[in-house]
Design a protein around this ligand. Structure first.
Ligand code: ADP
Length: 497
């Protein structure tokens, strides 16, 4: 079995057999028709002399029976038998024709043999041709011998035998050809089938991947749809939250301003009450009311700031900023924050500190947040404000000698409402846990970063890094980027601390 047979399950032999079956199917029909014509011609030939009719009808009948037998055997899929039935019925018929008393018929009949022999090669094997040749020679020689009792080889019969021999040789050759043609067409057929199979498979694969693609597209559409709805809901929730916080802080600040205004007046401006001072026991409590009011105001401002950052509604004016005046201004606030404690304040920044790309108001807010933490958590030692720069950034640091922060809390303190130490040196930590969160968001918005270096008990240093203005411009050549105004919601008033 060769490669083509292995992959297709068919062989040259089976192709040849299929071709021969088709041929044989045609042949028996042709023979039937031929038999009909012979019968008709013989009726014309014999004319009045009915005695000779039998000698022609007998072989014709043999042909009809042979053809029907061929058909029956073919139907039963008995190819070899059917082919032999076909050939032998013809041989018998020819032999009967040879025995005909009509001389023309008897003389021409043997010339059918070469044709039968060639047919044998076509519908069976070359060997069948040879066998049929032998049978034909026997028939040509034996028939007259049986009929007349003598071996009479006429020149015509010699001619028939010679032609039969030629027919045999031709049959052997063409049958061989037939095999090679079949083998050749088999290779072509196999290749075509393989190609068709490949094509079918790749079409299937394409169909599958199209289906997958369709499914993915459908899911993408669904997800997009869901995303849209979710985003709309989130936007609405955020808007409501912002609205609520803005309203609430306004509502809270109005009575708070009344409380703080009156308590401050009572404490500091007795002339408003015709010089009558508050009795000492009340004075302390009034001071407490004022302090608590101030704390509450900080808290409200922090919450408002954070909600604005989160809603993306915080105004931010990013431009070229000189840090030194901000440093000076905030240092004076730090003096106020630490006045009761033995804390040295250190200023440490170079005179040629480059300008930065930032929002001056927000930088001030961050430094004040860091200062108030440093002042809150430091009882003695020093608090330093330092600044350093390289060719791209300026790093500002607030360093204290306070209680410090354990490394495992370095990340967490920048999260909302995180307080590591609630009590410091017996004094309650009065923060909101929002200062560092807001500071981090503000620095992030200014394309900077903030981090802490600290160990428990060894003080803490908060650093934040900002872009040098010249470096920022160099990296962002588009002019509109330089003094970018991040003003998402101009209707919001800027909060000043
Ligand atoms: P709070 O308003 O409580 O100070 P922050 O967000 O500013 O909120 O700080 C969060 C927590 O980080 C503080 O509660 C404190 O535990 C810790 N922390 C911040 N700054 C310092 C510091 N300089 N020294 C020690 N701990 C600090």
């Amino acid at each position: 079995m060769d490669m083509a047979e292995e992959s297709t399950g068919i062989s040259a032999v089976s192709i040849v057999r299929d071709m021969r079956t088709d041929q044989l199917n045609i042949l028996w029909i042709v023979t039937l028709v031929g038999a009909g014509i012979i019968a008709w011609l013989s009726l014309l030939l014999v004319g009045e002399d009915m005695s000779q009719l039998g000698s022609i009808l007998k072989p014709t009948l043999v042909l009809v029976i042979g053809s029907l037998a061929t058909r029956g055997l073919l139907k039963r899929d008995l190819y070899q038998l059917s082919a032999w039935a076909f050939l032998l019925s013809h041989v018998l018929s020819v032999a009967l024709f040879m025995a005909s008393p009509i001389e023309v018929v008897a003389d021409t009949a043997p010339f059918m043999f070469p044709m039968l022999i060639s047919l044998a090669g076509l519908i069976l094997t070359p060997v069948a041709s040879v066998i049929l040749f032998a049978i034909s020679v026997l028939a040509i020689v034996a028939t007259p011998w049986l009929l007349q009792g003598e071996l009479l080889i006429t020149p015509l019969r010699m001619g028939a035998i010679t032609l039969s021999l030629v027919g045999t040789v031709l049959a052997v050759l063409t049958a061989g050809e037939l095999y090679s043609v079949a083998a050749w067409s088999l290779v072509g057929y196999t290749k075509a089938r393989e190609r068709a199979e490949e094509l079918r498979q790749s079409r299937e694969a394409l169909k599958r991947s199209l289906k997958v693609q369709e499914e993915l597209n459908r899911r993408l559409r669904e997800t997009n749809e869901e995303l849209k709805i979710a985003r709309a809901a989130a936007d609405e929730a955020n808007r409501l939250k912002g609205q609520f916080l803005a309203n609430m802080s306004h509502e809270l600040r109005t009575p708070l301003n009344v409380i703080m205004g009156f308590s401050e007046t009572i404490l500091n401006y007795p002339e408003m009450y015709d010089g009558v001072r508050l009795p000492e026991p009340y004075y302390q409590d009034m001071q407490q009311i004022f302090n608590s009011g101030q704390h509450l105001l900080h808290l409200i401002n922090d919450i408002l700031d954070l909600s604005r950052v989160e809603a993306g509604k915080l105004d931010l004016r990013l431009e070229e900023v000189d840090l030194k005046p901000i440093f000076e201004g905030t240092m004076s606030i730090l003096i106020g924050l630490t006045k009761d404690k033995p804390i040295e304040l250190i200023k440490d920044w170079p005179d040629d500190l480059p300008t930065v790309y930032a929002d001056a108001v927000r930088i001030r807010q961050v430094i004040i947040n860091l200062f108030s933490n440093a002042a809150k958590f430091t009882q003695e030692g020093h608090i330093a404000l330092r600044a350093r720069y390289d060719d791209k950034h300026v790093v500002v640091s607030v360093e204290d000698t306070g209680i410090g922060i354990a490394p495992e809390h370095h990340e967490a303190i920048f999260e909302e409402f995180r307080q590591v130490a609630r009590y410091t040196g017996g004094q309650r930590n009065v923060g909101s846990g929002l200062g560092l969160t807001i500071s981090k968001r503000l620095i992030d918005l200014q394309e900077g970063r903030i981090w802490v270096e600290s160990e428990l008990g060894k003080g803490a240093t908060f650093h934040f890094e900002l872009w040098r203005y010249d470096a920022w411009v160099a990296e962002h050549p588009e002019p509109q980027e330089h003094d970018k105004l991040r003003q998402v919601a101009p209707e919001h008033q800027r909060e000043q601390t």
